[in-house]
Design a protein around this ligand. Sequence first.
Ligand code: NAP
Length: 302
Amino acid sequence: MGAKIISGTEFRKEILDEISTEVNYIKEKHGVVPGLVTILVGENPASVSYVSLKIKTANEIGFKEVQENRPEDISEEDLLALIDKYNRDDTIHGILVQLPLPKHIDEKRVIYAIDPDKDVDGFHPVNVGRLMIGGSEVKFPPCTPAGIQEMIVRAGIKTEGAEVVVVGRSNIVGKPIANMLLQKSPGANATVTVVHTRTRDMAAHCKRADILIVAAGVPGLVKPEWIKPGACVIDVGVNRVGEKISEKTGKKVPILKGDVDFDAAKEIAGAITPVPGGVGPMTITMLMRNTLRSLKFKLGIA
Ligand code: NAP
């Protein structure tokens, strides 16, 4: 029997409906809506496409959305000044600077310049620390790990006492999701192992995972025989492995593959996320949820 497919596209719709309902309620009761500014530097096609989707989503659910596009050669000082402007703007609750930034700009300086109480990406060290402490300290869980946890919970996968193996230890996926799932809280309480390029026997670790989360960026890295029968497999990887012509638009679009061989893995796993349509749609959804959270913190109703 094939695995249950955990669809990020379906959860996305469900969660955005919930957010939209809350936005309407807050608007009526408090006369405000969540405000998000998206700052895009340059014209990197992937960044342009991510930002457009963020803007579209924010508009659909009734947020105030401010778009700030700046040329590739903007100076670091001018970018910091722009961030400062929105740090002081009371109608803006979330500041999103699309990464990566051009080489002449120090990304760290930019992230550190965002007010931690408007850092809806959850990348500022203050929010990384809050996440590490856990519980009520957490303000903005980073979007991709938050999306992963939300999918696991909504799919009814039990995390308490589960063996979780995370492949990859990046600051944006591997480390935070490992930290979130080991917290003493609902939707967590797991026993977590993190594996990476210096791990001695990756297969052996993966094979005992009840929940296997793969975020390496290597297509087909996890072999079907590494998956424990019935396990939940969350494939975070997004790898461009070629191009095809879209049936809808007639334009060239990338062919995307995950880090797991989906067709083979779905015959062994109990539940699995597809690529595309799995973790991807959840990331922007969690950005919206963090922006709403930011407003709720401000209103004292979080
Ligand atoms: P990253 O910063 O490149 O980190 C990759 C991690 O995987 C590193 O810790 C690396 O180990 C480990 N790794 C790489 N090759 C490995 C191998 N052969 N064996 C074991 N470990 C290996 O990547 P990232 O930013 O976390 O992203 C990972 C993937 O997720 C990418 O495909 C990315 O596009 C995707 N992603 C998707 C979303 C989404 O919204 N769907 C969001 C973020 C990322 P070392 O530390 O030892 O080098």
